[in-house]
Design a protein around this ligand. Structure first.
Ligand code: DCP
Ligand code: MG
Length: 385
């Protein structure tokens, strides 16, 4: 007799993520309350477990945190850095399952269906994964292993930090009978109040009312809630596929062939596309120029660079060179550019290849940070570099 493999979903969530990265990088921060936040929002992004003892929480105004914990170390977030660490974590996860869904910067779902066929001790596999994340990043994470997504997410939160919580299939009904409804992802303040007036305290209590009742009361969310109360969550683990290219284009108010005007548009587009690539920590090798003429015909021209780039200047100059090569005299109604061919292994530089100019990367990073802080219109660099 063969039995169908059991569904297993693993949920990973890094512990005090931004704060742990800062403590890892700066030994003086270790064992101390560290609060990450500031900038224009003025709220706490997260804080170390040492700071949580003082009641500091995510999304709290920094001013309140200072009142609760004046002795804490306050650190501005370094988003690009956390993104990089996040990518390292995700790389480890991909060696454990072909189905990895990144759900936020510090959490992911993995489909482990059939796990018990390969390994009778499902917890052991989770523990190995946890150890490998620690080895690759120096950071601790918590894991939940359960038959469906929402239960895996609840489980990963149950023994933080550094916990591994396994919710076996046979244990689900008893678990739901004692699960406070507020723990179900998606049940916020408002739904919580509705449930309270109905004396629905635990997940299983939801089943005291029929499906139609919940649909009338809360619409789609009510139907989902009725499913969750039975341990049902049909959402599959959906791997995110990176966009294969990043592009920008503009249609003009009046058609033009003026080279200075076209160059200006290309520059603004290179800036936008470059910033998006840098934010995601991506680089591409192929630059594509797109032109649509007054008669609505359209052409694209591409050039592949020896090394992948995400610097504004390289993107702009390559697109501009492609434009000049066209020796076009027709008027354009649209111009655009794109960057593609991401993420291949860096190859050896040839004799005549120029590596990326570190000064350009630094300039881009500075301007990105200023725009992040003061808004996109705040900084316009001298246009023709
Ligand atoms: N974050 C944020 N603003 C929030 C919540 C979170 O900027 N309101 C950021 C900072 C966190 C990261 O997202 O480090 C991950 O969020 P988590 O909710 O997983 O919180 P932590 O990882 O910091 O702590 P925990 O150990 O509770 O997961
Ligand atoms: Mg976390």
């Amino acid at each position: 007799m063969t039995t169908a493999p059991l569904p297993w979903i693993l949920h990973l969530d890094m512990d005090a993520f931004y704060a742990s990265v800062e403590q890892r990088d700066e030994p003086r921060y270790r064992g101390r309350p560290v609060i990450i936040g500031g900038g224009d929002r003025g709220v706490v992004a997260t804080c170390s477990y040492e700071a949580r003892k003082f009641g500091v929480r995510s999304a709290m105004p920094i001013s309140e945190a200072r009142r609760l914990c004046p002795q804490a170390i306050y650190v501005m977030p370094r988003m690009a850095h956390y993104q990089e660490v996040s990518q390292t974590v995700m790389q480890v996860l991909h060696s454990y399952s072909p189905l990895v869904e990144q759900a936020s910067i510090d959490e992911a779902y993995l489909d482990f269906t059939g796990l018990e066929l390969v390994e009778s001790d499902v917890r052991a596999r989770a523990q190995r994964l946890q150890a490998e994340v620690k080895e690759a990043t120096g950071l601790s994470c918590s894991l939940g292993l359960a038959p469906v997504k929402f239960l895996a997410k609840i489980a990963s939160d149950m023994h933080k930090p550094a916990g591994v919580t396994v919710l076996a299939h046979h244990a689900v009904p008893a678990f739901l009978a004692r699960l406070p409804v507020g723990k179900i992802p998606g049940v916020g303040k408002q739904t919580g109040l509705v449930l309270e007036t109905l004396s629905v305290h635990y997940a299983a209590d939801i089943l005291r009312y029929p499906r139609e009742f919940w649909e009338r009361k809360l619409g789609k969310a009510g139907l989902a809630l009725y499913e969750r109360a039975q341990g049902i969550d049909p959402r599959p683990v959906t791997p995110y596929t990176e966009p294969k290219s990043e592009s920008a284009e503009n249609t003009f108010d009046a058609d033009t062939s003026d080279p200075a005007v076209l160059a200006r548009w290309l520059f603004a587009q290179a800036e936008r596309v470059g910033a998006r690539l840098r934010k995601g920590g991506r680089k591409g090798r192929t630059i594509t120029l797109k032109m649509k003429f007054s008669d609505f015909t359209q052409i694209t021209r591409s050039r592949t660079l020896p090394t992948a780039t995400n610097t504004t200047r390289v993107i702009y100059e390559t697109a501009l060179a492609l434009l000049h090569e066209q020796k076009n005299t027709q008027r354009l109604r649209l111009i655009g550019l794109g960057v593609s061919q991401f993420g291949e292994v860096p190859r050896q530089l040839g004799f005549f290849d120029t590596p990326e100019d570190p000064r350009e990367a630094k300039l881009d990073a500075t301007l990105d940070a200023l725009r992040e802080k003061f808004g996109p219109a705040a900084i316009v660099r001298g246009r023709i570099l």
